[in-house]
Write a protein that binds this ligand. Structure first.
Ligand code: GNR
Ligand code: NI
Length: 174
């Protein structure tokens, strides 16, 4: 297992649209294991393949308190959606930023599990938010895209400044 590097906004690779997965094999299961390790270590409640620079339709999630309910979704499709909920969201690819986003309250998602078997997941509350957030990543979309252009520009400036300071600190230590 290996921890993977997470791309950060405004990295253009986060804008890549993921392609469907055609075979569920050991190489894919190894990527899934690495994504769980990366997500649990971060720590986060979900991770899309896009965030680790793999542009395939794959996401992992675990919204349980004790990290005991790993969910894998390959080629996820939302087949039902109901209601609305607004949640304060964060993203491992947009560190230190949170913002309210309104999404469906309940969804039904179909896809494949890690063995390539068809699954159907009914989700509400935080799991529904998480799956919708991860599926946005697979389309190249980030939660900050729901903000006004002015707010998104503020987020961009803040993260660019943070990246610049991190680079400078690295130089001082070198
Ligand atoms: O860890 C995460 N927490 C979170 C909180 C509220 C709404 C969505 C999320 S997903 C995020 C992990 C992540 O960036 N997944 O893409
Ligand atoms: Ni995210």
């Amino acid at each position: 297992m290996a921890k993977l590097q997470i791309l950060e906004f405004p990295d253009e690779r986060l804008r890549t649209k993921a392609a469907p997965i055609e075979v569920v094999d050991d190489a894919l299961r190894s990527l899934i294991d690495d994504m769980f390790e990366t997500m649990y270590d971060a720590p986060g409640i979900g991770l899309a393949a896009t965030q680790v620079n793999v542009h395939r339709r794959l996401l992992v999630a675990d919204v349980s308190e004790d990290r005991s309910e790993p969910l894998v979704l390959i080629n996820p499709e939302i087949v039902e959606r109901d209601g609305v909920q607004t949640c304060s969201e964060g993203c491992l690819s947009v560190p230190t930023i949170t913002a309210d986003v309104t999404r469906a309250e309940r969804i039904v998602v179909t896809g494949l599990d890690r063995n390539g078997e068809s699954i159907r997941v009914e989700a509400d509350g935080l799991l529904a938010v998480c799956i919708q957030h991860e599926m946005d990543h697979l389309q190249g979309k980030l939660f900050v895209d729901y903000l006004s252009p002015l707010k998104r520009q503020m987020v961009r400036k803040k993260l660019e400044k943070r990246a610049r300071l991190e680079r400078e600190h690295a130089e001082v230590r070198a």
